[in-house]
Design a protein around this ligand. Structure first.
Ligand code: ZN
Length: 249
């Protein structure tokens, strides 16, 4: 499972190689395939070709295909979105336009931000997690958008009290959705960002999920940051977008 690729092909290739080596059964992507990075077309093509996949779009994808207003983006995101539009083929645009920001699948739900407001809202606090519980029928919910592997779950001992536990996962750490009377109790699991991590760890972030045990495992992978920075500079995207990759923010 992965999210927030942001047109960073070098990071995406490492993540997809890792999934292939791990012999995963399928792929889940929580959105933002494009935006910020220099390889939107190839990243969309690689993700669109994944077999057995559940993919949602993010706010940057919607802006790229002019389904969401550009106005509320910060200046860097805005410049990158305007650059991205003519660098996507009609085929890639049609693919992105066909994605929804929230999807219910067998045994889980995927939403870019939150189940309540899938493209925009960030799942950042226990209160937000609690408020979102009525908005998904099938748990866990996999989310992206914050670019951090921040996970939430209802406590197994007293689910009716809506006591929430949360954890920001580091490389190799696990977080388990707790079993309840009907399937798993509500949990929101974020694999972090492939192409633009913001937790001060510069490595690409992704996760493995075992649907039989409910265990979610954070994975970090090194990739060629300097190569992506060179591309960002070569195509004329803002320098800040190259620099932030080296700081993980
Ligand atoms: Zn994003």
């Amino acid at each position: 499972m992965f999210s927030d690729v942001h047109a960073n092909l070098e990071a995406l290739e490492e993540v997809l190689d890792f999934f292939e080596a791990s012999a995963v059964d399928g792929y889940i992507c929580c959105g933002d395939l494009v935006g910020y990075g220099p390889d939107p077309e190839t990243c969309v093509a690689r993700i669109a070709a994944l077999k057995n996949s559940v993919i949602v779009c993010g706010n940057h994808d919607l802006v790229a295909v002019e389904r969401l207003e550009l106005s509320w983006f910060n200046p860097y995101a805005k410049t990158a979105a305007i650059w991205t539009r003519p660098h996507l083929s009609d085929r890639a645009k049609a693919y992105l336009a066909g994605l929804s920001p929230k999807r219910e699948a067998s045994g889980f739900t995927v939403a870019h931000g939150t189940p309540r407001r899938p493209p925009e809202e960030y799942m950042m606090s226990a209160a937000q997690f609690r408020e979102n519980i009525p908005y998904a029928k099938v748990w866990p919910v996999f989310v992206g958008h914050s670019h951090m592997s921040l996970c939430f779950r209802l406590r197994q001992k007293a689910p009716s009290l809506l006591e929430v536990e949360s954890q920001c996962l580091e490389d190799g750490q696990t977080f388990k959705a707790c079993p309840g009377p009907q399937g798993l109790l509500p949990a929101a699991l974020n694999p972090g960002s492939v192409g633009q991590p913001r937790d001060h760890d510069t490595r690409a972030s992704c996760a493995l999920y075992d649907s039989e045990t409910g265990v979610f495992k954070s994975v970090r992978l090194t990739y060629d940051i300097a190569a992506v920075q060179r591309k960002i500079r070569r195509v004329g995207l803002p320098e800040y977008l190259a620099l932030r990759l080296a700081y993980g923010q």
